[in-house]
Ligand binder design. Sequence first.
Ligand SMILES: Cc1cc2nc3c(=O)[nH]c(=O)nc-3n(C[C@H](O)[C@H](O)[C@H](O)COP(=O)(O)OP(=O)(O)OC[C@H]3O[C@@H](n4cnc5c(N)ncnc54)[C@H](O)[C@@H]3O)c2cc1C
Length: 460
Amino acid sequence: KRAPTVIIVGAGMSGISAAKTLSDAGIKRILILEATNRIGGRMYKANFSGVSVELGANWVSGVGGPQVNPVWIMANKLRLKSFLSNFLNLSSNTYKPEGGVYEESVARKAFEVAEQVVEFGTKVSKDLAARKQPDISILTSQRLKNYFPKTPLEMVIDYYLCDFESAEPPRATSLLNSEPSSTYSNFGEDSYFVSDPRGYESVVHYVAQQFLTTNAAGQITDPRLQLKKVVTEISRSPRGVAVKTEDGLVHRADYVIVSVSLGVLQNDLIKFHPSLPQWKILALDQFNMAIYTKIFLKFPYKFWPSGNGTEFFLYAHEKRGYYPFWQHLEREFPGENVLLVTVTDDESRRLEQQSDSETKAEIMAVLRNMFGKQIPEATDILVPRWLSNRFFKGSYSNWPIGVSHHQFNQIKAPVGKVYFTGEHTSAAYYGYVHGAYFAGIDTAKLMTSCIKRGACSYNI
Ligand SMILES: Cc1cc2nc3c(=O)[nH]c(=O)nc-3n(C[C@H](O)[C@H](O)[C@H](O)COP(=O)(O)OP(=O)(O)OC[C@H]3O[C@@H](n4cnc5c(N)ncnc54)[C@H](O)[C@@H]3O)c2cc1C
């Protein structure tokens, strides 16, 4: 009997980890179809004014805990340059709307209150889980504690503790599924900011090189990886699948694993024949694809404080989420005078629609508020557009209030010989690089037990 063939759509972390898992299980007749001209997906380095910055994932999140994050093992094997992030000094580095920092004792008090609310939320979440009660939003848990962040200081702290992680506001996010965070409780509280000329994406190459053939320079030459292959249609029948690409070719196989982002699936950018069942469409549409935008700015010289405990700073504004989270990259790129500011959700949506020069003007006004009128103009700006990009349609998934584990499992559930993977299919680690990695392994194992043992039913 001939060996089965499997097509994998997408060569981000999850697609590559799925393909490697199949290969390790002896399923070697695979074909990976990737839309862009590279592997790595949302792990994506770019050159910005002479330095290599990460437009997508940047941190190995979850280090130093009871279990070891597999991505951290890879980063260490590769000796990727990375820096432990210390967020503890934010109370000394929070800027007022009109400039100047808040007195440390005032900011610290506000942080303490907000952190107690998070702890309270975690207790409520554990209690709800133990009593099998329905989910509530993070916002509801704040109300239960009579916490209503309304001043610019309170709002930016609330933003940092919630949106900066999940890329969505407290009213959108599920308490049950985000607190406590499996990432930080299992793998540890530390996060390392990767800053290596080879890019964070080299962990994807590291996995790929273990099963795809490479040349002497380490570049992948394996014909089972095909780049610039945009999948447009997937047809399934009991006999197998036919995957059509934008160049008009049809690739046939026994099975397919779809690893494209939740955003791509929600936007119907791949047509399924027959169409996916209603339960599947509903499950996909109910989950959230959040947007997280990292804006890089280059200056002729440095005008922000540097040295120990200054790396991260906040800007408090009357409009919540208005250029709130800042990082100077002095450790990563000494002497390069690069700043990174992060926005999310509606602000990301707004910025994707305007020109970079408009965004730059807004940011310069904010920086002048913070540091004074005399600061120099930025000489370069980079604004990634993850939502507009048809191969991503957002940054990473977030578990919204009201989606049950049953519905979550439906997102991952195979439909006939069409299997699904991606960070958005990892119940414990959705939204993270390690979530994508584990999801790929899980989906490939599911498929392997179907192929090898005939165990093809998926219980949801
Ligand atoms: C701005 C940003 C910041 C982030 N920060 C962090 C962080 O600090 N730490 C962390 O752990 N995680 C972070 N993440 C999340 C992390 O990057 C993702 O969870 C992970 O990389 C997703 O991998 P994936 O394989 O599921 O999806 P992807 O990487 O999206 O891979 C899917 C692949 O499918 C391809 N594709 C799409 N459409 C088609 C098509 N029609 N045909 C063929 N191929 C197609 C895409 O090009 C892509 O290569 C961040 C993400 C973003 C965007």
